[in-house]
Design a protein around this ligand. Structure first.
Ligand code: NAI
Ligand code: MG
Length: 398
């Protein structure tokens, strides 16, 4: 095994705690790496006016693979108020360092797998035939376009004249909004490019092929959002027909998908969507397998080989100050496994996942979320495991 250098980006709040535990698990599993720390998050916004310092970008550029905890973001006014006094006059505007990373490195492929662990008390259950309780096995891989669409940042309130004039060239705008004063209009665009759409579709189909999923579901809304979703659906059909005839292409609307999700989640394999619908459908599926304590993700650029691996949860500031951390480290540990898959260390990833599965199946050591307790420091007295105890238990199974 070649020794790797991994950039660790703990960020804020519980991001720091869970990342530390994930690195302990990686070490214990025999993954050989040097870790270099990268600054990111709220602290650096306050002190430097930049939550994603250039030195951090350089580190990722150099080493290519990063493990990321979580960051804190706050609304505009609070962001300004917390800025160091000497930076207040500089006209700095806060923007999310995660979005910054995605855009800087073109991390346009986001993968969020959701699979249920046997014995997880948070797994989705439903009532089946003869009133029997069923616990369907969920195993979906959600591919979310990560850089465009509604989160592309091309938006205005009180749009400038040129934008307004352009909008007025569209008959529907004239009809529905033409009488509204311009300063009462806000516009957020949803731009899809053919190139990025093809990349996310290809990533989804290739994943289905590699891991033996029988279907890829496009989850958009092409019947209403005709240009963007419509283009994506058309391209998906072509790609399926020409390159992956052995894989079925299913087409669901995001709203209907939200309904079917709890009806027959076991039917879905790979799901692919644009940025916002991908965000929504992945959170919804995560809810079926235990929620934020279990939801992991990868964001990468297949060309440059740069990848950032992170749990989808945030910095949970409420829990960050506890003397003993109570949050579930599994989402971060799973994200570390996705990193291992990405750099062809599947053997170690397999070992860690097996250990996690064993701990969950035994059910002896469970964090507060799995014990269904409201999160507070007293959960430890009530029998919930701490973040460290959970990681230790996983390590003991390796
Ligand atoms: P959050 O994900 O930090 O926490 C929401 C709730 O989920 C927590 O109160 C807790 O009950 C639960 N939770 C989260 N992680 C958990 C874990 N590992 N184990 C057990 N329970 C867990 O979201 P919230 O409160 O909306 O945002 C807090 C901060 O995090 C904000 O500043 C937000 O901007 C930021 N954020 C950052 C993200 C990132 O770094 N990728 C993603 C989402 C939010
Ligand atoms: Mg989300």
């Amino acid at each position: 095994m070649i020794k790797r250098t991994i950039v660790t980006l703990p960020g804020d709040g519980i991001g720091k705690t869970v990342l530390e535990e994930a690195v302990r698990v990686l070490d214990a599993a025999g993954f050989q790496a040097d870790y270099v720390h990268g600054d990111i998050g709220w602290e650096f916004w306050k002190s430097e006016g930049n939550p994603l310092p250039e030195r951090t970008i350089q580190l990722i550029e150099t080493y290519k693979i990063a493990l990321f905890g979580a960051i804190t973001s706050k609304p505009k006014d609070e962001a300004f108020n917390e800025l160091a006094p000497e930076l207040k006059e500089k006209g700095l505007v806060y923007s999310s360092p995660i979005v910054g990373l995605r855009q800087h490195f073109g991390l346009d492929i986001c993968l969020r797998p959701c699979h249920s662990y046997k014995g997880n008390p948070l797994n989705f259950i439903r009532r089946g035939k003869d009133n029997l309780i069923e616990e369907p096995e969920v195993d979906v891989a959600i591919f979310r376009q990560n850089t465009e669409g509604l989160y592309g940042g091309v938006e205005w309130s009180n749009p400038p004249q040129k934008v307004y004039d352009a909008l007025m060239t569209h008959p529907k705008f004239v009809k529905n909004f033409g009488q509204v004063p311009v300063d009462e209009i806000s516009v957020s665009t949803r731009i899809f490019t053919r190139r990025a759409t093809e990349r996310i579709l290809m990533a989804a189909f290739q994943h289905a092929q590699k891991y033996g999923y029988k279907s890829v579901t496009l989850c958009e809304k092409p019947n209403v959002i005709r240009e963007t979703s419509g283009m994506m659906y058309k391209m998906a059909k072509e790609i399926q027909k020409n390159k992956f005839p052995e894989i079925e292409l299913w087409n669901t609307n995001i709203d209907a998908q939200m309904m079917w999700l709890t009806k027959n989640p076991e039917d879905y394999g790979v799901i692919v969507a644009g940025n916002m619908f991908g965000d929504i459908v992945s959170d919804a599926f995560a809810g079926l397998i235990g929620g934020l304590g279990f939801a992991c993700s990868a964001q990468y650029n297949p060309d440059s080989g740069i990848g950032v691996f992170e749990p989808t949860h945030g910095s949970a500031p409420k829990y960050a100050g506890y003397p003993v951390s109570i949050v579930n480290p599994v989402a971060m540990i799973e994200s570390a496994c996705m990193m291992l898959d990405f750099i062809d260390e599947q053997r170690i990833a397999f070992k860690i996942r097996k250990a996690v599965a064993q701990v969950i199946a035994e059910g002896k050591v469970r964090t507060y979320d799995m014990e269904k307790l409201p999160g507070n420091p007293e959960v430890l007295e009530k029998g919930a495991a701490s973040t460290r105890q959970m990681a230790d238990e996983i390590i003991s199974k390796l």
